[in-house]
Design a protein around this ligand. Structure first.
Ligand code: NAG
Ligand code: NAG
Length: 176
């Protein structure tokens, strides 16, 4: 009993560790998604009257910075992850698809909000800078994840990222 229990426990432990890597990436993507939604709410709440908007600039910066930090943390998680199994890669793909629709929706909202931001001189340039930083950080995160995906699935993984990348490029073009 003793002898058979120990290896079983070790095996369970090893399996959990490998699963935790894929799960850790999914959880990091969920964190990014929720930071993106928080930023979205702040953007929606941003008043169109510039006299009322000053107090909303700081939350906008705070939420953007929090999002950037979450993306950078996710990159570290992906970099320190073991190679993903096919099942883990599948779960990461599902989370990425969900993130894709969230990011597209929020970038649409950011583009629509430009006329509000333009009324306060510094806001639009800061939003533009943040969009560029977030795109860069997202590209790094995507590269880190793709490198952990089984080789046969890597081009599929890249194709899941392309729409997010394109949405960033379009939003950046609108702000430039
Ligand atoms: C972002 O905000 C807009 C405007 O309120 C809303 O239509 C959209 O559903 C929101 N997207 C997300 C992902 O919360
Ligand atoms: C992880 O996968 C890559 C190919 O995608 C391979 O080059 C590398 O050797 C693998 N690493 C381990 C530890 O299996």
């Amino acid at each position: 009993m003793r002898f058979s229990t120990l290896p079983a426990a070790l095996l369970a432990c090893a399996a959990t560790r490998v699963l935790a890597d894929g799960a850790a990436i999914v959880s990091a993507i969920d964190t990014i998604s929720s930071a993106t939604t928080t930023l979205n709410n702040t953007i929606t709440a941003f008043p169109s009257n510039p006299l009322l908007a000053l107090g909303d600039v700081l939350p906008l910066l705070t939420d953007s910075t929090a999002l950037l930090n979450d993306i950078n943390a996710a990159t570290k998680t992906a970099q320190s992850s073991a190679n993903l199994t096919t099942a883990e890669a599948f779960n990461v793909a599902i989370a990425t698809l969900s993130l894709q629709s969230t990011v597209e929706s929020v970038l649409d909202n950011i583009v629509s909000a430009k006329s509000k931001f333009d009324k306060l001189l510094i806001v639009s340039p800061v939003v533009l800078l943040n969009l560029k930083l977030e795109k860069q950080a997202t590209d790094k995160f995507a590269a880190a994840v793709v490198s952990k995906v089984p080789a046969a699935l890597q081009s599929t993984a890249e194709s899941l990222i392309t729409p997010i990348d394109n949405a960033f490029t379009a939003a950046i073009d609108d702000y430039e």
